[in-house]
Design a binder for this molecule. Structure first.
Ligand SMILES: C[S@@+](CC[C@H](N)C(=O)[O-])C[C@H]1O[C@@H](n2cnc3c(N)ncnc32)[C@H](O)[C@@H]1O
Length: 131
C-alpha cells in the first residue's frame, strides 16, 4: 500500500454512495474498507445498517470515532490492513470501497478483492467508486 501521511477530515457521505444504497440495497450489514474518517459510516449507521469499518490509519479512525460519537451513532471500527479482513466468511451484505483500492498496488488489490469476496454473503454486493 502507498503510505498516506495525512488524512482529510471528511464529514459528509459521498453522493453516489447515497444513490447506490437508496436505489439497490436492502438494509443489512455493511463493511467499508478504508473507511477513513467515517463520513460514509455515519450515513449507514444513521440509516439503520449494522455498520463496520476498517482502516490502517489510526488518526483517521480516531476522528471517525469522534464524528460518530458527536452524532450519537455506533459503528464497529477496526484498525488493520484490508488485505487480511478480520471477519468471518459471508458476514456482510454489502462492502463499500470508496477510494481505498486505488491506493494499493496490483498484488495487494488482488488479495483485497479475494478477501472481499470471502466476507460477502452469496449474492452480496461490492460497491466500488474511485475518484
Ligand atoms: C481516500 S481515503 C477514503 C476514505 C473514505 N473511504 C471516504 O470515502 O472518505 C482512502 C482510505 O483508505 C485507507 N487505505 C488504503 N489502503 C488501505 C489498506 N491496504 N488497508 C487499510 N486501509 C487502507 C487509507 O488509510 C485511507 O483512509
Amino acid at each position: 500500500m502507498a503510505k498516506l501521511k495525512k488524512f482529510h477530515k471528511l464529514r459528509y457521505v459521498y453522493s453516489d454512495v447515497v444513490s447506490l444504497v437508496n436505489t439497490y440495497c436492502k438494509k443489512g450489514k455493511v463493511l467499508e474498507i478504508g473507511c477513513g474518517t467515517g463520513n460514509n459510516l455515519v450515513f449507514f449507521a444513521e440509516n439503520g445498517w449494522d455498520t463496520y469499518g476498517i482502516d490502517i490509519n489510526k488518526k483517521a479512525i480516531g476522528y471517525a470515532h469522534k464524528l460518530l460519537k458527536s452524532k450519537n451513532l455506533k459503528a464497529k471500527i477496526t484498525i488493520g490492513n484490508v488485505e487480511e479482513l478480520p471477519y468471518k466468511n459471508r458476514e456482510f451484505d454489502l462492502v463499500l470501497d470508496r477510494a481505498c483500492l486505488q491506493h494499493n498496488r496490483i498484488n495487494s488489490i488482488k488479495k483485497i478483492i479475494k478477501e472481499v469476496e470471502r466476507v460477502l454473503v452469496r449474492g452480496g454486493g461490492i460497491h466500488n467508486c474511485e475518484f
